[in-house]
Design a protein around this ligand. Sequence first.
Ligand code: F6P
Length: 457
Amino acid sequence: MKRIAILTAGGDTPALNATIYGAVERANALKIEVYGIIRGYAGLVDPRTPHVRLNPLFTTIPELDPCKGGTLLGASRTYVDPAESELLGQIGSRLKKLGIEGLICVGGDGTINGMQPLSEMLPCVLAPKTIDNDLGLNYLDEVHEWNEAGDRKELLTKPQREAIQLDEIINFATPGYATACFVVAQGMERIRTTAESHRRIAIVEVMGRDSGYIPLGSAYGQPDVILIPEVPLDMDRLERRIAELYDLQKHVVISIGEGIVDSTGHQLGAAHKSFDPAGNVVFSGAAEELKRMLVKRFGDEFFDSRRKHESGDSAIFTRKVGHTQRGGRPILFDRFYATQLGGKTVDLLHQGKNNVIATLQWSTKDGFRLDSIPAQRLRDQWGRIHARHVHPSLYDADKFQPSRLGMQYLSTILTSAVGADDIEQLSREIFSPGKLVARYQSVNIDIQRRIETIKDA
Ligand code: F6P
């Protein structure tokens, strides 16, 4: 194998450059050239197929910084439809023209779907990424629990296995997740003291679509109530708990996953379908919707009777952590394992594997190790890939907090996730006087000089 390509697809994470770096460094050792495709699958769909040589003379280009968030290749939510056979044929001949013998796709569940038809033309492997931490399975045969309709509501009411062993989890954590938890936990802590001073109820919305791993990880910021999309809202119980907490400590902090559903299965924050070909829904504000519901339930009287002379509308406030949880420097856990997984994908291609996913496994005996799984093992019997949900045994729905097992899961990933260099970098860089005089230097400008295209496209 002389030349391979790599692309980053779907929503970005802070650890993408680290994954690319790991792949390129491994390729250097194996004397394989790596071309980076610009803007994910959109770059393949483009007849010019813009690309960058990431390791000319088997030396990694300096623009590729594993400590920098985002992706120097750019990302897009474009994906390749298996039904478009003509387009697929064109992509195949473009890759051939470029001499590409294997493809690494860095992405999540949508990216695997895009990779499937490509894997019929050339060997493809996936390096996992997503801050949502939803790529994988709670246990191997979990895929068989989906019904034909692929209806999440039905899955929620269907009996699942009551308990899981952490050792069984396929793809224990995805690069990007730890950094998202790091940002979210700090967000919770910062909201806390202001809610406390003003005796308010703070509702903090975090990302994660249909999976509640990020709200679960927000537990490190000690929110009083954690609401995950896997457990439909029980408004009576929630109202009681909030009133109880408010009477005790005169303020409440609630962490809410953006994809939270009400008792009928309706997503509170779902605004409209996006232009995302994967059909993902755009969330406009679950926190706002929950606020409206709580203001209605509590009314102004609740706060009046507690000598807080503020209307319900101003005593309850919302904040979204937003895209800050998806950007910036990746913390040590993400950098380290993203780099390892990137390297693993090159090894998999080198070993002649196709349509497989590099995974990060964990066992009680040995801790973390790398492995791989055929992409097909993540598909249900109708061929669909579903976001991994937080297993019920990881969350205590009565206490609105992670369960004991959930705490064990989180601490396995996060206890040592921040490196000393992360702290050092922060104290050195955040108020560096040089920043006041120098403009931000975008990698998009630097990389532009290196972009090549197919000449006779
Ligand atoms: O899937 C990753 C993710 O960050 C979700 O957590 C979030 O809902 C979504 O992407 C946001 O996507 P976009 O940046 O395209 O709005």
